[in-house]
Design a protein around this ligand. Sequence first.
Ligand SMILES: NC(=O)C1=CN([C@@H]2O[C@H](COP(=O)(O)OP(=O)(O)OC[C@H]3O[C@@H](n4cnc5c(N)ncnc54)[C@H](O)[C@@H]3O)[C@@H](O)[C@H]2O)C=CC1
Ligand SMILES: O=C(O)C(=O)[C@H](O)COP(=O)(O)O
Length: 379
Amino acid sequence: MKIIADENMPYVEALFGDLGQIEYVNGRTLSPEQVNDADVLLVRSVTKVNAALIENAEKLKFVGSATIGTDHVDVDYLATRNIYFTNAPGCNATAVGEYAFIAMLELAQRFGESLAGKVVGIVGAGNTGTAAAKCLQAYGLKVLLCDPIKALQGDPREFVSLDTIIEQADIISLHVPITKQGQHKTWYLFDETRLNQLKPNTWLLNCCRGEVIDNQALIKVKQQRDDIKLVLDVWEGEPNPMAALVALAEFATPHIAGYSLEGKARGTFMLYQKWCELLDLPVAKSLESLLPRFQFSHISSQGDLNERQLLKLSRLVYDLRDDDLSFRGCFATAAGFDLMRKNHTYRREYSAIALNQVTSSLSAGAINQSMLMALGFTS
Ligand SMILES: NC(=O)C1=CN([C@@H]2O[C@H](COP(=O)(O)OP(=O)(O)OC[C@H]3O[C@@H](n4cnc5c(N)ncnc54)[C@H](O)[C@@H]3O)[C@@H](O)[C@H]2O)C=CC1
Ligand SMILES: O=C(O)C(=O)[C@H](O)COP(=O)(O)O
């Protein structure tokens, strides 16, 4: 069996090595000739899987994308060809949620403010939005959720309109898929009009898809409104973000909000599980066996923490400042953007740290052992 896999998808050898002959390819430049004799195709978000790519791949029976988003895959076409498709819903949701939370802690520190007490609006309350909300609520913040689709589906959580979020939230974090049609389409959901409606000093975070914000309009609005602060992980026209926008963002990264080792491993593992299920094979490998031990796996601290100390602790799993700095040095070329993504193999999730808070208080609202556990640290 021939398995074609993106060279930047980790753990493919460990999980699929026994199942067939693996050939690694550059997902960004993958050509039809390279997939013509494939049985299995394993891709990431950078590969457009459509008729143009796989028309002549007659043996192809399985396409797996180790991503949450599916906008790069023509799922209708795959269905007409009877090719099984799976993605990895939720695989990197914790990573995205922690990225957003840590970015907010960083902004608070940079501007001498406290994150505690702010109201956060989450647009899109699926896996990543919920993961962000989990951290924020664990930290005691008021969270407003906007997700008209979930509301219609009867999700029991309380939802508000996007207008309410814009009026009331101090921070807005975007977590929607990119959709170009329908009543709830998200393409340019934040256009110039909406961007102009942001209340003074709003922090706007985008870790879903670049085109959810009209990037040209964002440049224009931000040039007139320095009060708005931006954290941008995704960009219109990746891998070529607009240089003027990078310069205007407080924190800028190359689409790596989901890139914890845990999230990446989960993505490939979910494809492996699905393939085993389809072939009626036992799931012989485990997710845990893939992950290296974290160098700060056990930490003891004395007493409750303050917000600054929580940020210090967070920087052990993910120091956003480092990625921001590297990004500014490499984003100018598509190769630089992609290389930073390729080499991004160092980030962990809060769960990688077992924390023992000696003399932790029981006070509600304190950054004590129970709040840290709720954030995702382990004991
Ligand atoms: N930066 C990164 O590294 C990553 C980016 N993503 C992106 O984030 C997106 C969201 O991921 P998940 O939360 O896991 O997806 P999800 O499918 O679990 O949740 C998305 C939610 O957005 C809601 N939604 C759709 N249109 C909306 C609208 N107009 N207004 C408000 N809500 C709307 C849906 O009802 C759904 O509940 C993915 O589709 C992907 O494009 C995902 C993972 C990593
Ligand atoms: O899961 C998604 O959706 C994402 O956006 C991924 O985190 C993007 O990562 P790659 O598939 O491009 O490695």
